[in-house]
Design a protein around this ligand. Structure first.
Ligand SMILES: NC(=O)c1ccc[n+]([C@@H]2O[C@H](COP(=O)([O-])OP(=O)(O)OC[C@H]3O[C@@H](n4cnc5c(N)ncnc54)[C@H](OP(=O)(O)O)[C@@H]3O)[C@@H](O)[C@H]2O)c1
Length: 315
């Protein structure tokens, strides 16, 4: 089968499309014929070696953690799926080695979910990683409640778009950061207040409407944005980041709890997200498609940091 892989860390130009052997399913696994791979910032971060101290890996690494496709074989213990079933999945494994930028992958059947029936394969491929991240940040890490206020950074991004919608669905008041050209988009997703982060200090602007700060900050940007964000939370509030280290010293100044976390595969949560998509309570993001041969262009587009919605590779 063909796979887009790297043999060492470096730049996006290190990617090779090569022939490798097709994996066969273990008893509890399904083999998936991949139709689309969702592209995420983590893919170019892996290429650049930015996660090498956080995760175990083995070269060559086939890139990609998001996918949609059809079941092409089932392990002997799998009863939930049959050959030909349309599915989608977040496919990160314990050791970073296999990925979704490939013709086939084998996954634990518990991590695989039937494709939302209202979405096509391109739309479905970009859902799992971002939506599970937003779900786990809001409901597991931050334990967001109805009537609480939340600041969500980068509302126009892959994760931010789901976070806005899921927070609104919960009944929270949502403030998001986005630049002016994304105002209509994040408004359409349901944001109650929009702060243009390119025009001055977002914490000062937030304090004009929320003088005490917000109950929860969800940081998806890291760096200086994360550093300033401790000041945006209420005394005793929560701050969750997926893009930088949670600093207990800064947090202590405002008695904040919180954490950095890495999203886990979770079939039950993805099933709930799928139901919300099919019932129209959650909207899929806009998707920009690239052919497999343009994998480098797709990753460069992700790396520029200003994608609205998501990017998908047609395998
Ligand atoms: N720890 C985990 O498990 C986990 C999981 C998923 C993602 N992540 C990380 O989280 C980050 C976000 O991921 P993503 O998929 O949402 O990225 P993304 O889709 O590439 O985000 C792009 C968006 O970010 C916005 N943006 C850029 N700089 C901004 C800033 N300073 N303030 C506010 N918005 C800004 C852009 O909007 P404008 O054009 O308006 O600037 C753009 O719409 C990445 O670093 C990713 O690696 C971590």
């Amino acid at each position: 089968m063909k796979a887009a892989l790297i043999h060492s860390f470096g730049g996006i130009d290190k990617i090779e499309i090569s022939e490798i052997s097709t994996p066969l399913p273990k008893p509890h696994e399904v083999q998936i014929a991949i139709k689309y791979a969702g592209v995420n910032p983590v893919d170019w971060k892996i290429i650049e070696g930015l996660l090498k101290t956080r995760m175990d890996y083995q070269f060559p690494i086939t890139l990609g953690w998001d996918l949609s496709g059809e079941v092409s074989a089932v392990g002997s213990e799998v009863t939930a799926f049959r050959i030909g079933d349309p599915i989608f999945a977040y496919c990160r494994k314990e050791i970073i080695h296999e990925g979704s930028y490939a013709d086939y992958i084998c996954l634990d059947a518990d991590h695989v979910v039937s494709k939302p029936r209202t979405l096509n394969f391109a739309q479905a491929s970009v859902i799992p990683l971002s939506s599970l991240t937003a779900w786990q940040a809001l409901f597991k890490s931050a334990n967001l409640q109805a009537n609480e206020s939340i600041l969500i950074h980068a509302g126009a991004g892959g994760v931010g778009g789901y976070a806005i919608q899921l927070a609104k669905h919960t009944g929270a008041h949502v403030i998001t950061t986005a630049s002016e050209h994304n105002r209509d988009y994040v408004n359409m997703l349901g944001a109650d207040e929009i702060i243009d982060y390119t025009k001055g200090d977002f914490v000062k602007k937030l304090h004009q409407t929320h003088p005490d700060g917000v109950d929860v900050v969800f940081d998806t940007v890291g760096g200086d944005t994360l550093l300033a964000s401790y000041g945006a939370a209420k005394i005793g509030g929560r701050l969750v980041t997926i893009a930088g280290q949670f600093d207990p010293v800064h947090a202590a100044q405002r008695e904040l709890s919180g954490e950095f976390f890495i999203v886990e595969p979770n079939g039950q949560q993805l099933q709930k997200i799928s139901a919300l998509l099919d019932s129209g309570k959650l909207s899929p993001p806009p998707v920009q498609e690239f052919p497999f041969t343009e994998v480098e262009e797709a990753l460069r587009q992700s790396r520029n940091g200003h994608t609205q919605g998501k990017i998908a590779l047609k395998i």
